[in-house]
Design a binder for this molecule. Sequence first.
Ligand code: ATP
Length: 274
Amino acid sequence: MNDTAIIEAQGLSRTFHLGRRMSVAALDDVSCVLRAGTCLAVVGESGSGKSTLARVIVGLESADAGTVRIGDAEVTPTTARRQLRERAKLVQMVFQDPQGSLNRSLPVSATIDEMLRAHRPDLDRAGRRARVLELFAEVGLTERHADAKPAALSGGQKQRVAIARALAAEPRVIVLDEAVSALDVSVQAQVLDLLKQLREEHGLSYLFITHDLSVVRDIADDVVVMRKGRIIERGTVGEILDAPQQPYTKLLIASAPRPGWKPQRGLRAALLEE
Ligand SMILES: Nc1ncnc2c1ncn2[C@@H]1O[C@H](COP(=O)(O)OP(=O)(O)OP(=O)(O)O)[C@@H](O)[C@H]1O
């Protein structure tokens, strides 16, 4: 772990206009830093702007104002193939639903093969097959899984394929957008363990987007808390989870599911509407 920034977002703003009178400030002057080799969790309720931040950072969405740097490069939205390929080597994204990158009529290995075709022109067909199997082994899957169609795999296994696909580009950063949110708690823990192991082995950095604070302690080093497009609190994972300053952060922590947890509906609604 070190203090060099691998991602630096400065003053990002993004407003969506929904007709003539309605607009939503999804990002309002947001700045944050992901330190190389660490995991920065971005937490907040649904609609607080987390995904928009992730999308702007990887260049899938444009900002109205502000800048993003990944490594030495400034990120701007692009559709140019060469630039997209270069960016893919810097940053990959894993989404909540792995289905999006899988073709239901092809073995799941096809999605990795496609990545390798783009990023490893040095490999021939046999070389790509060997690399596919290596990547499957890295995420705890076997040749049998590689040759299966998506429908034959569980949610956790499909998410492992999505992680292997991201690794195939050999990126420096992976943005995980609610990547474990749809998984059962025990599967969630296994995928988090895998992510931690891969981070060590590959020197990766993670931007970890989640509405669920119960998973944050396990993986994050730093946390930013978003509310209505703004960062309202930031700190180390210990500072945020053990000594939160803002009522909203306290509420998010109180609402995180854990054994014996009871939802505090009245309080929650009151604070969120504030
Ligand atoms: N393409 C879009 N067009 C219009 N409004 C959008 C668009 N994308 C996001 N928004 C709005 O911007 C706000 C922030 O959305 P965003 O998806 O970034 O939040 P989030 O915290 O990731 O929530 P969720 O987890 O539900 O996706 C929301 O009010 C959302 O409706």
